[in-house]
Design a protein around this ligand. Structure first.
Ligand SMILES: Cc1cc2nc3c(=O)[nH]c(=O)nc-3n(C[C@H](O)[C@H](O)[C@H](O)COP(=O)(O)OP(=O)(O)OC[C@H]3O[C@@H](n4cnc5c(N)ncnc54)[C@H](O)[C@@H]3O)c2cc1C
Ligand code: FES
Length: 251
């Protein structure tokens, strides 16, 4: 496990929602898998004290990319980081997505800050469909950011300003009308109501899959129990047993 200072190479806005942070760390890049994450100490003066978790968005050689949205103080501080400034990173953490899915079509369903790990997965595996939900056109990723994904990408926006109008679950239901449930495998990450709706659709049709849960985290290594989720085996820390869980593992 890596726990070291890195230097910001690039940190800039890519659309109306996301910033992209790039730094180099050979050891981290070598072992990073889609769905795993890093804990970033956004201020080397330890204010805020707690590190913030971010999924790997992409690795290219020893370069690591993180795609993030500014939500509170930690991410606002991160957005102000300039090229050459230091950050402390710990990772790779957690359990990633399944990369081999035999004899099934893979459907990725993402929304909001759940999109970055699915882009990484879509670049590292073959996916049949990648369904992305956004509020409006300003949250749509530039085509260049998705150009390495192996699969058909379909967008929905709540206001209809890009792609289909409505929630991403509408796109999923449309797609499911054409496919037999046994031939599908869904991998999803996004806002809690979205992933719950996706899992409910999957449950009703008996479709297998995995979800990455964005639980609020503190330590990231299973020590504080701040991120526990209820599984069929009992309560487990999401940072070590997840953040990716099979649908059937969860209660
Ligand atoms: C495994 C994992 C992977 C993640 N990957 C990414 C990523 O790739 N890109 C990205 O932008 N964010 C990601 N997040 C969420 C990110 O960690 C939070 O947005 C960040 O910690 C917020 O820090 P803050 O100090 O800016 O906000 P805070 O001041 O801590 O909180 C501000 C607001 O953000 C909300 N918030 C805080 N944590 C989360 C969370 N985990 N999920 C949803 N809302 C949250 C709070 O409820 C609050 O409303 C991930 C979280 C986890 C657990
Ligand atoms: S964040 Fe501390 S146990 Fe998961």
């Amino acid at each position: 496990m890596v726990n070291q200072f890195v230097t910001v190479l690039e940190n800039r806005k890519v659309n109306g929602q996301f910033y992209k942070l790039i730094f180099r760390c050979r050891a981290l890049a070598k072992h990073a898998k889609p769905g795993q994450f890093v804990n970033l100490l956004v201020n080397v003066s330890y204010d805020p004290f707690l590190r913030r978790p971010f999924s790997f968005y992409r690795t290219i050689g020893d370069r690591i990319e993180i795609l993030y949205e500014v939500l509170g103080r930690g991410t606002a501080l991160l957005a102000n980081k300039k090229k050459g400034e230091a950050l402390k990173v710990m990772g790779p953490l957690g359990r990633g997505f399944k990369r081999i899915v035999k004899n099934k079509k893979r459907i990725l369903v993402g929304g909001g800050i759940g999109v970055p790990p699915l882009v990484f997965l879509g670049e590292r595996t073959v996916v049949d469909y990648f369904l992305i939900g956004a509020k409006s056109y300003k949250e749509v990723l530039p085509a260049k950011e998705l150009s390495r994904v192996h699969g058909k990408i379909l967008y929905s926006t709540n206001d209809g300003s890009y792609g289909a109008k409505g929630y991403v679950t509408g796109l999923l239901e449309q797609l499911l009308r054409k496919e037999s449930p046994q031939s599908l495998f869904i991998q999803t990450c996004g806002p809690r109501p979205m992933v719950q709706a996706v899992m409910e659709i999957a449950r009703q049709r008996g479709i297998e899959g995995e979800v990455s849960l964005d639980e609020t985290m503190a330590c990231g290594v299973g020590a504080c129990l701040g991120c526990v989720v209820e599984t069929r085996e009992g309560w487990v820390p999401s940072c070590t047993h997840g953040p990716v869980f099979a649908f059937k593992e969860l209660r």
